[in-house]
Design a protein around this ligand. Structure first.
Ligand SMILES: NC(=O)CC[C@H](N)C(=O)O
Length: 217
């Protein structure tokens, strides 16, 4: 079965086989991401070991608890392989805790907490404090759609600094940054896997499909 994508940087992309997408499966919203990705026609595998990581066209790092995910990634010997895959250009989509994992610096981190890096951003964990742990809002993300995307924030991080090579995709009304991309990495503060809106995942699959096209010289 082939898959076809529309993508802002390449109008129509046809991939001759289903995209093989990994979901980092130690903790968090693993099942929810798998449901959305399979609905969109991807072949999905759970990634917990280096061999599994080596077989995927793209990877999702779900929301959950970044400090726990970090410990498990290191315990299972996946820290260096993940860093190497990111450096080699593997498309990775991090949501919430996944965004934290991809960030260069975490503010309000747990003791010892490390990240994989890749996104030249500083994020603050649990940036909305304890009183407003969760909320929903409509976001404009012009790169993804001309309409609004309903975004669910759960103990969410905020991006407090972006480097010069980082593109800001979305902000809250007060200007705070909640979605970024840099190269093949996409990081968002919210949870698109929980409310049935598949457009952010479609956008990511479009990026994965683009990354598989032969490079023009
Ligand atoms: N929903 C989430 O992924 C929450 C992230 C969590 N607060 C963390 O620090 O990892």
């Amino acid at each position: 079965m082939s898959m076809t994508f529309r993508h802002p940087t390449a109008s129509l992309i046809v991939v001759g086989k289903p995209l093989r997408i990994g979901v980092l499966a130690f903790q968090g919203d693993v099942r929810e991401h798998i449901v959305v990705l399979e609905r969109l026609g991807a072949e999905v595998i759970k990634v917990r070991r280096p061999e599994e990581l080596g077989s995927v066209d793209g990877l999702v790092i779900p929301g959950g608890e970044s400090s726990v995910m970090d410990k498990l990634v290191r315990l299972f010997g996946l820290y260096e392989p993940l860093k190497a895959a990111i450096a080699a250009g593997l498309p990775v989509f991090g949501t919430c805790a996944g965004l934290i994992m991809l960030s260069r610096t975490v503010l309000d981190a747990m003791d010892d907490q490390k990240t994989l890096g890749g996104l030249d951003v500083d994020v603050r964990r649990n940036a909305f404090g304890t009183q407003v742990d969760s909320f929903e809002t409509n976001l404009s993300i012009p790169e993804i759609t001309s309409g609004k995307i309903s975004a669910t924030f759960i103990r969410a991080p905020i991006v407090e600094r972006v480097g010069p090579d980082v593109k800001v995709l979305a902000r809250l009304e007060d200007g705070r940054i909640v979605a970024v991309e840099q190269g093949n990495l996409l990081g968002i503060s919210f949870h698109p896997e929980v409310n049935g809106d598949t457009r952010v995942h479609e956008y990511f699959l479009g990026r994965v499909a683009t990354s598989l096209q032969p490079q023009e010289s």
